[in-house]
Design a protein around this ligand. Structure first.
Ligand code: ADP
Ligand code: MG
Length: 594
């Protein structure tokens, strides 16, 4: 699952040839029609797979997007005489706009509310189609919609199949790329944790809406093909059943799997044939089927392959022939740091933050100077994690000012702060389970907008995203865990996961790293690895603000220490001065040694 799979050109070529030959191979035009249906359903399914399988947003209203484009393209070609290429394209764009609207509304909703919002959209479109008869023809339908064909009318069915199949292949290939490239990783990340996504610079809202637009456009492409398949469009075609059919396609095929939608589409069309006589029971049968798949086969038909292929244990090749452990210089490229060593990099002025009236931070002012390691210590509940969260933007300060280099970032959203070079690790670890270790680290590498270049390289079978991958691998090597690059983070020990997080935080060449308890809860050997890593970063001049309870570690690594107690700064200074400060001993250190 985690392997970096290239395009499979021969595989696709074979499919293309089979589809091209189907009209001749099949004695019965009926099968050509079924193949057309599979292609249409698979295109819509791929859209829903991106939305639900990757970004984790459910839609029960895909039939609405399908209908917008079906009517749009049908009417443009029928009433205004537009050529089909243009009417289909505009229909797809109209569906995309509908996706933009629904996706923006959906931003305010989660889980079951999201299901209801999309369901409502599907109903609204369905009712409009039925009642706005002057425009849509209602359930009587629009008759005489120009069928999609080029050339001889006798070859219409064949030509339509070729067109639909070519479009399906193009969509499938693009979706394959999405699944294996940064976009797919970003979507999977958002579906696991939006707030975490923001801390690595991802604008989750934009991506969520984007997923809606793409899925709506693909549903729209399917809808337009449908309209020009039979030459007849009626409102009966756009009810809840169609939305559910698309859901069945992706769930039965296997959510988030590259070939899930096409497997599901073949299955659904075949199933419809098989139970054609039991038409009255079809809803019952499909409902039972959906439940059974969700309970017994969570990866759908795509999961069957994995069951057959015996699960291989994750191979933990530790530090096998790599490019050799990179030096710190390869890892941190200091030019990003805009502030001279020793000058203030991060400044907090009277920052306060309370939760429901409980003051977690009260007027905290502090300065972290560039190129130093600054430790934040204090008893449990002192407000250290709150301070880190307020700095990185997961929480907004109630009052006060936060400056990073020359920017006032107080009101910036977290993803914007991350892009400026604020990277962090979490007290309770944040790694994305749906991605491999190296892919998690690659999340930290900033996106420099090379999507087109990556897509072209991938199409040509060349390595793509290789810089990000190489950088992530070098970082894993730097921290001594390169051998775990391709396994799931869930298979790592707690300490190795902490190291993987540290690698991800380093990946973006951060100006400032915020480390929340980097060596808490791990064994001595691992904690030595992390301490050594931090020491090397410090030598390289990386600025670090860290929270840690381990006093010997703090004393050895910190240049300056700020002490918090009950949300207030009670001391600041060099390690020796802080250790000798009676207020600190009373509030914190005394407790530690007692
Ligand atoms: P520390 O990291 O120093 O142990 P925290 O910043 O986690 O302290 O917590 C400071 C105070 O704020 C504690 O009293 C804690 O219970 C409270 N607190 C922290 N996070 C939340 C939250 N999300 N909602 C409500 N209270 C919180
Ligand atoms: Mg904490």
């Amino acid at each position: 699952m985690f392997a970096n799979q290239a395009l499979r050109p021969w595989w696709y070529l074979l499919v293309a040839v089979l589809l091209a030959l189907l009209p001749w191979a099949s004695p019965n035009p009926y099968y050509v029609n079924l193949a057309q249906e599979v292609a249409i359903l698979a295109i819509a399914g791929i859209g829903l797979n991106i939305l639900l399988g990757l970004s984790g947003q459910i839609s029960l209203g895909q039939a609405g997007f399908f209908a917008v484009s079906a009517y749009g393209s049908a009417l443009l070609s029928l009433r205004l005489g537009w050529p089909l290429a243009a009417s289909v394209m505009l229909g797809v764009i109209m569906s995309g706009l509908a996706g933009l609207v629904v996706g923006s509304i959906a931003l305010r909703a989660r889980t079951h509310y999201l299901a209801m919002v999309t369901l409502a959209f599907g109903f609204i479109v369905g009712i409009l189609a039925q009642r706005w008869t002057g425009f849509t023809g209602g359930s009587m339908g629009l008759v005489g919609v120009p069928p999609l064909n080029w050339g001889d009318p006798r070859s219409a069915a064949r030509n339509f199949l070729w067109t639909a199949a070519a479009l399906f292949l193009a969509v499938q290939i693009t979706s394959d790329f999405v699944m294996q490239s940064r976009s797919g990783r970003v979507l999977r990340t958002i579906s696991e944790s939006e707030s975490f996504a923001a801390t690595v610079g991802i604008n989750a809202a934009a991506w969520r809406v984007g997923a809606f637009v793409v899925s709506a456009m693909l549903a729209g492409l399917a809808g337009a093909l449908f309209a020009h398949q039979s030459g007849y469009v009626s409102s009966d075609a756009f009810n809840l059943d169609r939305s559910l059919a698309m859901l069945i396609v992706v769930v039965v095929g296997g959510l988030g799997h590259r070939y899930g939608p096409v497997l599901g589409a073949v299955f659904l069309v075949a199933m419809n044939q098989a139970i054609a006589d039991l038409y009255t029971y079809s809803n019952f049968i499909f409902g039972a089927l959906l439940l059974a798949v969700m309970v017994f086969l969570p990866d759908g038909l795509s999961g069957l392959g994995a069951l057959v292929r015996r699960k291989r244990p994750a191979s933990l090749r530790r530090n096998e022939a790599g490019p050799g452990a990179p030096g710190v210089g390869d890892i941190v490229n200091l030019p990003l740091i805009a502030v001279a060593r020793g000058e203030p990099l991060l400044q907090l002025q009277q920052v306060s933050k309370s939760y429901f009236g409980l003051a977690a931070l009260s007027d905290v002012s502090m300065t972290v100077r560039a190129g130093t390691v600054h430790a934040l210590i204090g008893p449990n509940g002192a407000g250290k994690s709150t301070l880190i969260n307020t700095i990185c933007g997961l929480y907004r300060a109630d009052s006060g000012v936060i400056r990073l280099a020359e920017h006032d970032i107080t009101q910036w959203p977290a993803h914007r702060r991350a892009r400026l070079g604020l990277a962090r690790t979490f007290q309770n670890l944040q790694l994305i389970g749906g991605l491999s270790v190296i892919e998690n680290v690659m999340l930290g590498v900033p996106d420099r907008g090379g999507v087109v270049k990556a897509f072209v390289s991938w199409l040509c079978g060349r390595p793509f995203e290789s810089e990000q991958r190489a950088r992530a691998r070098a970082l894993l090597g730097f921290l001594g865990i390169e051998g775990f690059a391709d396994v799931s983070p869930g298979d790592l020990s707690y300490g190795h996961r902490k190291l993987a997080e540290l690698a991800r935080a380093l990946a973006g060449q951060p100006q400032l790293m915020l480390l929340d308890e980097p060596i808490a809860g791990i064994n001595e050997e691992e904690s030595r690895l992390i301490a050594a890593g931090i020491g090397r970063l410090r030598e390289a001049g990386v600025t670090i603000l860290l929270v840690e309870h381990d006093m010997p570690f703090v004393m050895s690594v910190a240049d300056e220490i700020t002490v918090l107690d009950y949300g207030q700064k009670i001391a600041f200074g060099a390690p020796d001065a802080v250790r000798a400060n009676p207020v600190v001993v009373e509030a914190y250190l005394g407790v530690e040694t007692a």
